[in-house]
Structures are given as structure tokens and as C-alpha cells.
Design a protein around this ligand. Structure first.
Ligand code: NAD
Ligand code: AKB
Length: 315
């Protein structure tokens, strides 16, 4: 069996830092190179790398004999609204650089994440199907939808093996989120544990699709390891975990943290959330590569509170 040499770009981020640990445990530390614009203070091979610099990307790929890239560097929805042109440039250029390295035959496989942000106000909100109206009204969503089309194009035209998931909002305790609309579902735990109160930037009834990080990492690696002939989607797979509103997660937290209270001050991020689905249909992922999520709301809340309390040394 051929040895994998994996490059994670954006390895210091919310997903990248956990994916790096998971893939290193599976393939060996030296076979998983962590790269980011910010210096990584971890053991094992790392690089400071700008995903927008094609020659630098190529040099790192050649230096380590990289076979697969997980491309996680991007601006997320809320930050992207503040820097629209830069967000478009970063989100697209990084993807093109990876796709072109694969087109040249330098790497064999790419993982590039899309998002529920590809959907928009015209999309059916409940149980949103894989193929439907997609009219994103955020820079981030536009860049993700365009990215999906380019992934499918490079696959069909040049045979590039690029795989993708439309992640919902991801909840994690090891790493903090980096500027998204769903970040509230992580912030709420920090505030509940440290201060007993949280002011939420979404409306209390704004239901969104969410997923626990360990489910997301498992889905990512499962998709990357699936035989190509089983896959029917080369743009990006719908992926579903659970759905809840701020009020529902607050109630679940209040069951475990006495006197926790929440208030609401919706800002521009609530408008973004309003344009996204409230639940996702992922039947094709289930059928093609046996996807099944494991964490429900109660399991997430329990795990988050236990681990974050230990991490914050408040136990
Ligand atoms: P993040 O913001 O936590 O991490 C992104 C990382 O990329 C950061 O460490 C940042 O320093 C790095 N980076 C930024 N610009 C770079 C550049 N020019 N070159 C190299 N590195 C650079 O983001 P994340 O939450 O880990 O998301 C990773 C990917 O997953 C993104 O494409 C995001 O759109 C997608 N996604 C995330 C979520 C989520 O809830 N976290 C949901 C849907 C999709
Ligand atoms: C964001 O809120 O921007 C991300 C996402 C769902 O893509 N978490």
C-alpha cells in the first residue's frame, strides 16, 4: 500500500488543528505536515505557508512528496462580509492553487470543504436536498458555491480527485471557531462556564444545522477513504448532524449548569443565518459512503461542558 503524505493548509484553525491530530495518529506524525499563515507551535513537520502563493505551495508539496492536500484556509461567513473582495480572492485562489497542483499530477487527492452557506433565501429551509435552488447572498456562500462548481469541473475535465462536504456549523472544545455565523454555539459554552450568562447574536428561534467536531472529522476521513467509484457527487456532499435553536441549546446547557441565563441581541449575523437552511437532507452521503452522525444535542452539551471545564481548569 502506498504511503500517504498529507498536507493540511489552515492547520492552526478550528478544523485543521483537530484534523492534524487525527491524521497524525492514523498515518504517523512525519507523514502529516501542518501548514498555516500563522506559525504552528507543535511537534512534527510544519510550515508557514500562504495558500495564495502557488510557487510556495508547490515547493512544500515537492519538499515532502505530498500526495493529499486538505485545504482549510479560508475566511468564514461573518469575517468575509467585512472584507468581501479579499475573502473572494483568498477563498478562490487557495482552491485554484490546490486544483492546479492536482491537474499537473503533483498530488493525487484534495479535500476542500464547502458549507451550508451555499444555500440562500430561495432554498427550501427544511430538510434541504442535495440539488435545489442555490442563491447564496453572502460573499462566503458565493465563494463556496463557485468553489463547488470548480471542483466538479476539474474532476470532469481533468480527472482531478477532489472531495468535498457541505459542513454545517461545527462545535468543538479543543479549538475556537474563526469568524463564522455559527460561532455562537461554541461561544455559549465558554460564557456559560466562565460567567453563567451569554448574550447571543442570533435570534432565539434561529434554527441551524450543526455538528460535533468528532463527527465532522470522521465524515471527512471516511469520504476521503471511500472508493472513487462509489461517489456520485463531485461538487460537495450535503452532510447532516443535528439542528437546534439558540433557545434549545441554552436550555440543554441550563440543565447542567445551574443558573445559566441567556439574552439575545441579534446583529448582522442573524440575517446571514436567516438565509441558511434549518435542516439538511444527507441521504446521498448515507447511501454512497455509509455516513451516519453519532452526537445528538445532549451528547454534545455533556461532552463540551466536561472537556471545556477541564481545559479552562475550572473543575
Ligand atoms: P478557521 O478560521 O478556524 O481556520 C482557518 C485557518 O486558515 C486559520 O488557522 C488561518 O490562520 C489559516 N489561514 C488564513 N489565511 C491563510 C492563508 N492565506 N494561507 C494559509 N493559511 C491561512 O476556519 P475553520 O473553521 O477551521 O474552517 C476551515 C474550512 O472549513 C474553511 O474552508 C471553512 O469555510 C470550512 N467550514 C468550516 C465550518 C465551521 O463551522 N468551522 C463550517 C463549514 C465550512
Ligand atoms: C460559518 O458560520 O461561517 C461556518 C459555516 C457554517 O460555514 N461555520
Amino acid at each position: 500500500m502506498e504511503n500517504k503524505r498529507i498536507l493540511i493548509v489552515g492547520a492552526k484553525g478550528q478544523i485543521g488543528s483537530e484534523l492534524l491530530d487525527y491524521l497524525r495518529a492514523k498515518h504517523g506524525t512525519d507523514n502529516v505536515i501542518g501548514a498555516d499563515l500563522r506559525t504552528l507551535h507543535i511537534n512534527g513537520p510544519t510550515e508557514v505557508l500562504d495558500v495564495m502563493d502557488f510557487s510556495a505551495m508547490r515547493a512544500v508539496v515537492e519538499k515532502y512528496g505530498i500526495t493529499e492536500i486538505y485545504l482549510l484556509a479560508a475566511l468564514l461567513s461573518a469575517t468575509a462580509e467585512k472584507k468581501p473582495e479579499f475573502a473572494w480572492e483568498l477563498n478562490m485562489k487557495g482552491l485554484f492553487n490546490a486544483l492546479n497542483l492536482a491537474k499537473e499530477g503533483l498530488i493525487k487527492k484534495i479535500f476542500w470543504p464547502s458549507s451550508i452557506a451555499v444555500f440562500g433565501p430561495g432554498t427550501p429551509q427544511e430538510n434541504t436536498p442535495q440539488n435545489t435552488i442555490m442563491d447564496p447572498n453572502t460573499v462566503y456562500g458565493i465563494s463556496k458555491l463557485a468553489g463547488e462548481r470548480w471542483c466538479e469541473y476539474y474532476h470532469n475535465k481533468f480527472g482531478v480527485d477532489v472531495r468535498s462536504l457541505r459542513y454545517p456549523g461545527l462545535i468543538s472544545w479543543k479549538s475556537q471557531p474563526g469568524g463564522g455565523t455559527t460561532d455562537y454555539a461554541v461561544e455559549i459554552f465558554y460564557e456559560a462556564i466562565q460567567n453563567g450568562n451569554y448574550t447571543c447574536f442570533l435570534d432565539k428561534n434561529r434554527e441551524l444545522p450543526m455538528m460535533y467536531m468528532s463527527d465532522a472529522i470522521r465524515a471527512t476521513v471516511q469520504l476521503m477513504e471511500a472508493p472513487a467509484e462509489k461517489l456520485n457527487i463531485w461538487s460537495s456532499y450535503n452532510l447532516s448532524g443535528i439542528s437546534f435553536t439558540p433557545e434549545q441549546i441554552a436550555m440543554a446547557i441550563a440543565d447542567r449548569i445551574n443558573n445559566f441565563s441567556i439574552d439575545y441581541k441579534p446583529d448582522f449575523r442573524d440575517k446571514i443565518a436567516q438565509s441558511w437552511p434549518s435542516s439538511i437532507n444527507d441521504d446521498i452521503a448515507k447511501a454512497d459512503w455509509n455516513w451516519k452522525s453519532e452526537f445528538n444535542l445532549d451528547a454534545i452539551v455533556k461532552d463540551m461542558i466536561t472537556n471545556l471545564t477541564n481545559k479552562l481548569q475550572l473543575s
